[in-house]
Design a protein around this ligand. Sequence first.
Ligand code: ANZ
Ligand code: ZN
Length: 798
Amino acid sequence: MKTTKYNPSKIEPIWRKVWLTDKLYKTPDYSDKPKYYCLVMFPYPSGDLHIGHWYNFQPADTYARYKRMNGFNILNPIGFDAFGLPAENAAIKKGNIHPREWTIDNIKRMTKQLETMGASYDWSRVIVTCDEEYYKWNQWIFIQLFKKGLAYKKLAQANWCPSCKTTLANEQVVNGRCERCDTPVTHKEINQWMFKITAYAQQLLDDLKQLDWPQKTVLMQKNWIGRSEGIKIEFKFKSIKMPVFTTRPDTIYGVTFMAIAPEHPLVEKLTTKEHKQEVEKYVESARRETEIERLSTEKEKTGVFTGSYCTNPVTNKSVPIYVADYVLLTYGTGIVMGVPAHDRRDYDFAKKYNLPIVEVISGGNLKKESYEGEGKLVNSGQFNGINSKEAITKVSEFIEQKGWGKREVNFKVRDWLVSRQRYWGTPIPIIDCPKCGLVPVPEIDLPVKLPFIKDFKPTGSEKGPLAKSKEFLNTTCPKCGGKAIRETDTMDTFVDSSWYFLRYPNPHLDSAPFDKKLIKSWLPVDMYIGGAEHTVLHLLYSRFFIKALRDMGYLNFDEPFKALRHQGIILGPDRQKMSKSRGNVINPDELVEKYGSDTVRVYLCFMGPYDQGGPWDPKGIGGAYRFLHRVFSYVSEVKISNKESHETETITNKTIKKVGEDIQNFKFNTAVSALMEFLNHLEKQKEVTRKTVETLLLLLAPFTPYLTEELWQKIGGKYSIHTQTFPKYDPKKIIESRFMMVIEVNGKVRDKVEVPVEITENVAKSIALESAKVKQHISGKSVKKVIFVPRKLINIVI
Ligand code: ANZ
Ligand code: ZN
């Protein structure tokens, strides 16, 4: 019996099971087809799959399905970024549950939800980063970086989150706050493991040119890397060298003070007895400030005098040295030459402490504010009269000639701080031996297993929770055999995600982190899809990893992700960010239960431009549901003819073109609306060919995998629709060569005939007069006049 009622809750579980059993989406390692690596950013398993996950994964799946139907061998994998703070914090909050247990439970639940989505993942390639088989290779890579000097330990001022009780990388400090918990970040001086990302700063900048990435993301990386051309100039205090980094050597005659970062090691030497107490007090208070406070332009510029003076090499004049917190230790040399006339911060500072403001570039109004623009040099000795832009070069050349300084390039990007004083991460595979120093764990002893510790809560001290396990902590030195202790820090979870995409081609490989041969055929990733919040974290780290591994001879390409697309953010129906407290959270599970996955899929594609997202419209999803009902009924009841009408043929070809191009360009919303229009047209036809019905289903297949599989079977198609080829359009058939000419008699519509667009009035007239319906109305009467409107109608006046 023919059922014509769409019942997603019945058909979806059936097909899901069939696909899983048949391994329909399993990717062969090698194939005659060209490869296409389509990747979504793998999720944290910190709870349920939320609508934001769906919005990342579902349209990405539509894209992957489209590529698959276009003859590519698709690698479209999924995994879980299973280590790190979110899982751990969640476990702590829940109490009485271990992060591992919590994580594994969540992975199970999220896997079910991902299956429900009908995403075309190859389930044999799932990666779980907290598995030993995975994190062993984090450790292996760490050791390779250590051997190359790209991983090193040093006493450093670290960003410290008082709430998460751990250090953070610069990239994880957002507006001075912890990226995870929003607590203002403070500083702490502890021994830290760093990755030398700065060694690649120039390459990371240059290679941005190769990438098909959103412009904004490229720009943000550029700014983050922050290349700046300037000169290092040596000022002198007695025999102590005080180098400054400046981009404005043209202002050297305007220096009226020096400012040094509070944490700078020279501060102690510069401070005289009389000023000691005051300076120490200031340094202490600066330490407690967050970076956001220190850098804020709104904040009053403060500092203290050290009691010392230093000499400007060019003018030979002495200027007072201040400690000031607007100078950062980690940029340039940590010392700034203060030019109040031409730098806003220096201006504010000079005003406050009554320091001279000396104009050296003309053009501003120094009574009111500093002047940072171009102009002619004044009060600048031999350089007077030169334009400031030119003077930058002239003064630099002069200083270099004299041997007082050297031009250099500075980068804002800092080395990546990777050690975390937390439990739920990859143990750093280093042994600290009192005799031999830092010794890497021999590769055959990997992995250094994360011990199961009941009390995994952060300690708040320099040693993380791993130090609580004496079995873990105490070991012997691999070099000398003497007593030694293990590193107790774990790695930042961003280490895990910096190379996971190399592992998908052979995810359970035992002998290496990745399969060299398969890497050659699969990498780089062709299309990477994920949130824009990762512009400087994950996306920069991964680029660094690839370059470092390449230079060690393990890879033969420069960039991990050739193309990148970001999804927008879905807001609540109230146009506000979704949050539990606002009660505007959309739960995908409930929607799936009510409407089925296919409806949720179509609606997510349809709701707006993919990169913009937008508010959730509860009515919109009803519309998507009705659309699928209509598709179901239409295909179930359609009358099949042998020959297609010209009009339908044209519309079909146009729709193929539009849908294909739109998916390729991530314009999923307009692709769906083209399909809706297509259905509108088809519903008005008495009959269409089988091929047209097939085309409708094939075009819909990437969006609604369940529905189309069901209907494909219904019309007798060969299993599976998802292994079919995406329809091709005939370019000749999308040019409208014919139209429906309306034939009127005395202004009343009597007939319609399909004719070529270039039809002449004479031919149109004879066709009209031959029409049986027209003949009825003009029988015996004489034609007075003919009105012909090209591409539209002909009116016979009698
Ligand atoms: C003198 C000067 C005169 C400056 C002037 C600017 C204008 P970018 O472009 O970001 O590289 N600077 C250098 N090191 C600093 C630090 N550790 N903390 C805070 N500020 C620092 O900026 C370079 C400029 O930032 C340098 O040029 C220096 O101020 C300041 F009319 O030197 B300038
Ligand atoms: Zn030793």
